[in-house]
Design a protein around this ligand. Structure first.
Ligand code: DP6
Length: 329
């Protein structure tokens, strides 16, 4: 029996990944740029044993059904293939999120799984190789290998598509991200399905793709110059453009709810009163507010007038993936 354990933190894209050119390899249509955060993380243990007769997957101590387990098995196969291992595995994953508000992230989950299986099988992967492996589980997981800012280079093949760390002179330490947790009764469109539908049907998708290189360059220049305003502006613009593409898909859809709009408007209002802050959104109704740490309290105070305190979660820059143990027994 041998096992590996890893801990990975979630990341939020400032320049969004939205669309794949290869579903199986998870090769994206565009580069993306993210900030890894400290508030949400996943710890995963993968144990291989001759005694197991099938792969099993426990999430937060609950044994998962075959649909969820198949996804994990396929991912484990990628690592098994590398070493010729034919053993079954038990995967135990724990999501650490401040509230049970649907904030569990595939980025931290699949990055932790990649770290744990590579530790169990002694793959001895470089960060780039680990990022490539994590990418095969979920695109955004490729970026959770690193602390702080990361860029996922879209590449053109399995080999050339991976994330790297962006050198930032600790600019990320000046930043906070406030999550506004918005529960929504609407049926979810997963990011995987949503981006695919958009690539295939949205007449706005080409516009999105054309805009990304410029936005990415702006974001990187802003990080290099520690220019919060420039980074915030391009972050908000990237999110709005991404969400714009969904409106022109067939059938059209949106991740926004009335509460999301309320949160976005509050952020805009705060700016008019001189508090610099910007929003971003992913494949759900939650709104995340990027603000300088020195203004975090001000923004929180304002948001607390409109949202319940339990809906507000503060995150700061998080560390890179940690391999916690490798054991053989
Ligand atoms: C909107 O990484 O969850 O959060 O690669 O299909 O697993 P798959 O998708 P996923 O998509 C994330 C989309 C996003 C933007 C981002 O994180 O860049």
């Amino acid at each position: 029996m041998f096992s590996g354990k890893a801990k990975a933190y979630t990341n939020i894209a400032l320049i969004k990944y939205w669309g794949k050119k290869n579903q199986e390899l998870i090769l994206p249509m565009n580069n993306s740029l993210s900030l890894t955060l400290d508030a949400f993380y996943t710890e995963t243990t993968v144990t291989f044993s001759t005694e197991f007769t099938e792969d099993q997957f426990y999430l937060d101590n609950q044994l998962q059904d075959s649909k969820a387990t198949i996804k994990i098995s396929r991912f484990l196969d990628l690592a098994r293939k590398k070493t010729g291992c034919t053993l079954f595995a038990v995967v135990k994953s724990q999501n650490f999120v401040p509230t049970a508000a649907g904030l569990a992230s595939s980025a931290s989950g699949l990055a932790a799984l990649a770290g744990a299986v590579s530790a169990a099988l002694n793959l001895d992967l470089s960060p780039i190789a680990l990022s490539r492996l994590a990418r095969r589980g979920s695109g955004s997981a490729s970026r959770s290998v690193y602390g702080g800012f990361a860029e996922w280079e879209k590449g053109t093949s399995d080999e050339t598509s991976y994330a790297t760390k962006i050198i930032s002179n600790d600019f990320e330490q000046d930043l906070s991200m406030i999550f506004i947790v918005i529960n929504d009764a609407k049926k979810d469109v997963s990011s995987r399905d949503g981006m695919q539908r958009t690539v295939e049907t949205s007449s706005f998708y080409d516009g999105w793709l054309q805009s990304v290189p410029k936005d990415l360059a702006k974001a990187k220049a802003a990080i290099a110059a520690k220019d919060f305003t420039a980074l915030g502006e391009v972050t908000e613009a990237s999110a709005l453009k991404m969400h714009g593409t969904t409106l022109a898909a067939t059938p059209p859809f949106t991740y926004w709810s009335a509460e999301s709009m309320k949160a976005m408007n509050l952020v805009r209002q705060l700016r008019t009163t001189g508090v610099s802050c910007y929003f971003t959104m992913d494949a759900g109704p939650n709104v995340k507010v990027l603000v300088e740490r020195k203004n975090e309290e001000k923004v929180l105070d304002e948001l607390a007038k409109h949202f319940d305190p339990t809906q507000l979660i503060v995150a700061h820059a998080g560390p890179s993936i940690e391999i916690l143990s490798t054991e053989e027994a």
